[in-house]
Design a protein around this ligand. Structure first.
Ligand code: PLP
Length: 422
């Protein structure tokens, strides 16, 4: 029986089960490909929701996982510790923007953000300062848990859950030429004196439509936050691990955020793990002989040793393999392929940052509820490609091992499907 016929008890994420059937069943992953039960190779043009960096089943990461299972499964992470988590924390501090000194583990991008928000509020609470407001940017996405939804864009995704969500200050997105408006709005919001943190996706808003803004704007945002005594939280869940051309996107603005969230590519995408890095004063505000100052947060699987071992292997790959060169090659191949769409009237805008490209299809019905994305997905799937547009925004964020031939196929399909969809 194939996947189409079998009634499945599985409830898939971000899936309208009343419309989307059947599912492709994947039996193997390899390099930049997913291989389905019919033996078809599918080019993973979005790195399986942006997690796979070096390629699926990188041998060093797989070996590290196998080795770790000789000694570990899960270990409680309160009162007890283990070498993979300690070595990984030291490695992360070495690689992250300078000045971040502590690493708190969790298990997804959403929880890394929840932890960051709680750290920021805890910091001011324990210092006796009445600052608890969070400022975010229009169109942001930070995950689907309740706190992460609260700081993200409101819309059809979270309409039923509005009663649970807390209020935040919102900055207009810094569109080219309108950056000053964003900065003025931030100055204005910070004047209230109650802002605990400014939370941003650095340089590119991912799920909000792959929208780009300049490093100079991020640097200005950091400066305003710092002047007003608010913390800057950088959500590098998507941007981390080379996607924008540098290991972390913050590097391009020359800033160190007070708190940095990372997940996805932390293990090269092989296992779920997240880390929230903080500056020392945030840790110190929680460290005390007073038990009420404890950072009251945990998840059962925090710092899973096997996931930490996978992340350590990822760090070794970054140190030992020519990852930066691979990223540079992918970046220039992407630029070359994108060039022919730059003056194409079927697209209202095309853009790129590092290894990520995005093309806005000029079409009616651009929102999440329109059928543009599901129709495109079907067309791409028929062509052996996993490309999952965000509304009318077609984007590629492939693994760093992707070949010129795979990119040729992807862009040829984008070219062809742009006509079929109109
Ligand atoms: N933050 C950003 C910027 C993201 O892009 C995502 C996921 O796409 C998240 C947070 C949530 O991560 P997760 O899906 O692992 O909870």
């Amino acid at each position: 029986m194939n996947a189409a016929q079998s009634p499945s008890p599985v409830w898939h994420p971000f899936t309208q089960h009343g419309l989307e059937q059947p599912f492709k069943r994947i039996v193997r992953t390899e390099g930049s490909s997913l291989i389905d039960e019919d033996g078809q190779r599918i080019f993973d043009g979005i790195s399986s929701w942006w997690v796979i960096t070096h390629g699926h089943r990188h041998p060093a990461i797989m070996a590290a996982i196998r080795d770790a299972t000789e000694n570990f499964d899960q270990v409680i992470f309160a009162e007890y510790s283990h070498e993979p988590a300690e070595a990984l924390a030291s490695g992360l501090i070495e690689l992250a923007p300078p000045g971040l000194t502590h690493v708190f583990y969790s298990d997804s991008g959403s929880t890394a953000v929840e932890v960051a928000i709680k750290m920021a509020l805890g910091y001011f609470h324990h210092r006796g300062e009445r600052k608890a407001r969070i400022i975010v940017m229009e169109h942001s996405y930070h995950g689907d848990t309740v706190g992460a939804m609260s700081v993200g864009e409101r819309g059809v995704f979270n309409a039923p859950y509005q009663p649970l969500l807390f209020d935040v200050g919102r900055l207009p997105f810094p569109r080219p030429g309108q950056e000053q408006q964003t900065l003025d709005a931030l100055e204005q919001l910070c004047r209230g004196g109650d802002v605990a943190a400014v939370l941003v996706e650095p340089l590119i808003l991912g799920a909000g439509g792959m929208k780009l803004y300049a490093p100079s704007v991020l640097a200005e945002i950091a400066a305003i936050a710092s002047r007003s005594g608010a913390l800057l939280i950088a959500d590098e869940v998507m941007t981390g691990w080379g996607r924008t051309g540098t290991l972390f996107a913050c590097e391009q603005a020359g800033i160190t955020p007070d708190i940095l969230c990372t997940s996805k590519g932390l293990t090269g995408g092989a296992l779920p793990l997240a880390a929230t890095l903080s500056k020392p004063e945030i840790f110190e505000a929680h460290r005390s002989t007073d038990r009420s100052r404890t950072f009251f947060h945990s998840s059962s699987y925090a710092a899973n040793p096997i996931a930490c071992a996978a992340a350590l292997a990822n760090l070794d790959i970054w140190r030992q393999e020519p990852v930066k060169e691979r990223i540079a090659t992918l970046t220039s191949m992407q630029s070359e392929k994108l060039a022919r769409f730059r003056n194409d009237p079927r697209f209202s805008e095309v853009r790129q940052i590092g290894t990520i490209t995005a093309l806005d299809l000029a079409t009616q019905g651009t929102g999440y509820l329109s059928d543009v994305s599901p129709r495109l997905r079907r067309l791409f799937r028929e062509r052996g490609l996993l490309i999952r547009p965000l509304g009318n925004v077609i984007y590629l964020m492939p693994p760093y091992c992707s070949s010129a031939e795979e990119l040729n196929r992807a862009y040829a399909a984008i070219d062809e499907c742009a006509d079929l969809i109109r």
